[in-house]
Ligand binder design. Structure first.
Ligand code: KG4
Ligand code: ZN
Length: 332
């Protein structure tokens, strides 16, 4: 079974093909750049870019996979959560292709795609059950996962997501959107104990998070030092990153203990952060930590095709031409 995956929930246009027997055959990702000058994603621009890029990328993915359209057995697309206009572009094309190719379509939850992305790793796949930490630009959540479709929410951010905190802090330090990866690079040159930023919700029981206060603490420091030098910027970046990492790692450790699990999956854009990866592996041991392949940490369609395949195999599909997309939608 070959599944075409389509992802258009935010500012990445992505198309992939996942084969039940041969694994990932194509993984095309286009990251939109038109938003940078605005300091954040502009929904209308995102939708327009998806319209321009998506159809040619489907031809590109088929060529990469060396398949013709009649060898595709189903189309999976991100239907929620995300920017409604952007989601509609992918959902409409997916439905159109399903109708034209006479194959079933399937709506996929974007966060389920992230959660299952470590399954795209060929040599080091997690086995159920496991704890999943989802850390993206819009979500910070912990789940107890007992199988495909069995996701129990253990805790989540009450305000900003971890990726959002990275991006807002990067902006305060003068970096263009999305600043998370660049802030992480700058942090490598700084001292992570130079500033003692708060570790939000660490002293409280439970598995929820809060990152908006941490961002405010950085903002106050930045405003007090309008003429800060590069070394101080690096120290702030490193100290901020350390505070986020400590909170995420400790909540993962607690979740593993609470649910008596010995595997931890980490996915979503922030899972690309090297300091987070290292700290999780060190502090959560002996639990094993599983990550997506590097190219599938941030938004991609491989995870959507993979998640879609799992549901097709379980007998789910949708042949109607009705399109439902949602800005918000719980996973569990
Ligand atoms: O999962 P994703 O690609 O999109 C959403 O579904 O939101 O995550 C994007 C987020 C952005 O906030 C970005 O700054 C952050 O992931 N990110 C990182 C790193 N790479 C991406 N944050 C920290 N360190 C990184 N290396
Ligand atoms: Zn995402």
């Amino acid at each position: 079974m070959n599944i075409l995956g389509i992802e258009t929930s935010c500012d990445e246009t992505a198309v992939a093909i996942y084969s039940q027997h041969d694994g990932l055959l194509a993984n095309c990702i286009y990251t939109q750049t038109s938003h940078q000058q605005y300091g954040g994603v502009v929904p209308e621009l995102a939708s327009r870019d998806h319209v321009l890029k998506l159809a040619p990328m489907i031809s590109e993915a088929l060529a990469d996979a060396n398949l013709s359209a009649d060898q595709i057995d189903g189309v999976a697309y991100t239907a929620y959560p995300g920017l409604v206009g952007a989601l509609l572009v992918g959902a409409t094309l997916a439905k159109g292709l399903g109708y034209a190719w006479q194959v079933p379509t399937l709506a996929v939850h974007h966060m389920e795609g992230h959660l299952l992305a470590p399954m795209l790793e060929i040599n080091n796949r997690p086995e159920y059950p496991f704890i999943a930490l989802l850390v993206s630009g819009g979500h910070t959540q912990l789940y107890d996962v007992s199988g495909v479709g069995c996701y129990q929410l253990l805790g989540e951010s009450l305000d900003d997501a971890a990726g959002e905190a990275f991006d807002k802090t990067a902006k305060l330090l003068g970096m263009p959107y999305p600043g998370g990866p660049e802030l992480a690079k700058l942090a490598d040159q700084g001292n992570d104990s130079a500033f003692n930023f708060p570790r939000p919700m660490l002293s409280q029981p439970g598995l929820n998070f809060s990152f908006s206060g941490l961002k405010t603490a950085v903002a106050q420091l930045v405003w007090q030092h309008p003429d800060m030098d590069d070394l101080m910027r690096a120290d702030i970046a490193a100290s901020f990153q350390q505070a986020v990492v400590e909170v995420l790692v400790e909540k993962c450790r607690r979740a593993l203990a609470q649910c008596q699990r010995d595997s931890l999956v980490v996915a979503g854009g922030v899972s690309a952060n090297r300091s987070l990866q290292t700290a999780l592996k060190n502090i959560c041991a002996p639990a094993r930590v599983f990550l997506p392949p590097a190219s599938c940490c941030t938004d991609n369609a491989a995870m959507i095709a993979y998640a879609g395949l799992q549901h097709f195999l379980a007998g789910k599909q949708d042949n109607s031409l009705e399109i439902t997309v949602k800005a918000r939608c719980p996973l569990s």
